[in-house]
Design a protein around this ligand. Sequence first.
Ligand code: SF4
Ligand code: SF4
Length: 327
Amino acid sequence: MNCIYCGGSIKGMPEDIQYSLDDLAKFISRDKEAIVAFYGGEPLLKIDRVIEMLSLPAQKFVLQTNGFFIQKLGDYIHRFDAILLSIDGRKEITDFYRGKGCYDKVMEALKFLKENEYEGEIIARMTVSYKTDIYKDVMHLLKFFPYVHWQLDVVWSNLWSWKEFKKWAEESYKPGIKKLIKFWIEGIAKGNVAGIVPFLGIMKRILHGERGLPCQAGEKAFAISTDGKILACPIAYDFEWNLLGDFKNYKRIRIGGECLKCDVYEICGGRCLFFNKEKLWGEEGFKEVCNVTKFLINELMKYKDLCKKSKYKFNYPEYNNTTEIVP
Ligand code: SF4
Ligand code: SF4
């Protein structure tokens, strides 16, 4: 599809799986609470492989998909605990980033899930870049999806520099976030909690003290490349720090550097391991992204007491459903 914010396929990783399913099953069975998530590229391009892997000894299965081939899964949809559909907001925004017709395909996929009474979580999974109006795009998706999550197109973006990001953040993103939080909090006061994943996940960390890197990459979450390597983060195939080992031997890796001294570290957890390790936008770009992260956390902090008093438990997500929480 060549979505414009993406760098395309990962060079050097074989297209087909090189390890045996038995070896993978043995590896996974060491974790009694294993969650297996399929991501890509587009995992359903290899739909037979995905179906075969639903026999793995995992407690939960998660699927991240563009929705184009979901109908081919048939009743297998019910085997997934969460399905994340990639959609970036309003039709013109989604189709601008991801290609013409993409929005309609995702909406067809959503209709298919609803018509087939899918009972797992359905999450709209957005990438947010310079065309996005965070308030309008999230509000649009909330009309159709129970949960909406987004990730910022920063640091390894194809589309803009940190200076352009900074301008957009001040003029568009931060005011939009304020408006969105206002909407969310007004809902909570009336007992109606909108499924805005970054807000839910950050509030959970504020109220219940959950710590560590939210995506858990390198510590509790691992990506397995097609050649059977264990990676911390799925997107950084060719970075040495990211290669943790193989099914037999592997190490773990943690956030380091300035995050450990940061005043919001307890809540932020370091945001993203790749971001922490590779400063592709330099020190200034790193600071600008952190500025936005701190803004979001501090805005939500203002409503800590109100949320504490609410009947809602703020326990979302209950497991690692691959939403990285801090955008
Ligand atoms: S805001 Fe930035 S420096 Fe602070 S913990 Fe998060 S990623 Fe690290
Ligand atoms: S949040 Fe960052 S470290 Fe975690 S999986 Fe995503 S890209 Fe990798």
